[in-house]
Write a protein that binds this ligand. Structure first.
Ligand code: FES
Ligand SMILES: [Fe+2]
Length: 219
């Protein structure tokens, strides 16, 4: 039986739609939340949630599932041991605020067991989700801007210098989701976007990791 061990209420500077979009975005976990996640392998995903195998930073393997509420104003995020036993569950409801903000209310559940230190486990979950949302909030705010500014944002360029001294024009925002393309070419001239880890060739704009087309290089 799962019992409630704690809760967290958190104001966020983005709409509920952005908070839901972020929760559906399984790919960002090992990049934006590198403190917690080593890697993620998707089992399945659709517009209502996803199911993936994750490996935590400490090497622990788990299955994680996200299921949106039918009204798309909340979700349940559950984790399972490799034997299929549910080991934790976070239930989130989101209340819209004025303008670009919302309030997330999260409740934390774990399996009941003798000697369970509820306050300590509750604090663990609350601290972890506080950090996760701290890391997600800038992403949600950047996404809001990307959606408002659209194509004009994608046209802006900056220069980067490769190891051989040559200079390339690269976009200010990533062609994937319009988030800041804040990375530099590595020693072999590959740029890895910090948000989802897609890799790009700054000379051609090609997405080397293959998920998307990349950007069109002018001239
Ligand atoms: S925004 Fe997703 S890989 Fe760059
Ligand atoms: Fe996140």
């Amino acid at each position: 039986m799962m019992i409630e061990v704690g809760e967290l209420t958190r104001e966020v500077g983005a709409t509920a739609a952005r908070a839901i979009e972020d929760e559906l975005d399984w790919e960002h976990l090992p990049h934006v939340h590198a403190f917690a996640f080593e890697r993620i392998t998707l089992n399945k995903a659709d517009r209502n949630g996803w199911d993936a195998n994750v490996v935590l930073r400490d090497g622990q393997a788990m299955r994680m599932t996200v299921a949106l509420d039918p009204d798309r104003m909340g979700y349940t995020n559950a984790t399972f041991d490799t034997d299929g036993t549910e080991n934790g569950r976070t239930v989130c409801r989101i209340a819209p605020g004025e303008g670009d903000c919302c309030t997330m209310h999260l409740r934390f559940f774990v399996p009941d067991r003798p000697g369970l230190d509820k306050p300590a486990v509750g604090k663990f979950y609350s601290d972890m989700w506080t950090r996760l949302i701290d890391e997600d909030e800038p992403k949600m705010i950047h996404r809001t801007r990307a959606l408002k500014e659209g194509a004009s944002l994608h046209k802006q360029r900056r220069q980067v210098t490769l190891a051989d001294g040559s200079v390339c024009n690269v976009p200010l925002v990533c062609p994937h989701q319009g988030l800041p393309f804040d990375c530099e070419p590595d020693s072999v001239g590959v740029m890895t976007c910090p948000w989802h880890g897609y890799r790009f060739d700054p000379r051609t704009g090609e997405c080397l990791s293959g998920q998307i087309k990349g950007w069109r290089q002018a001239g």
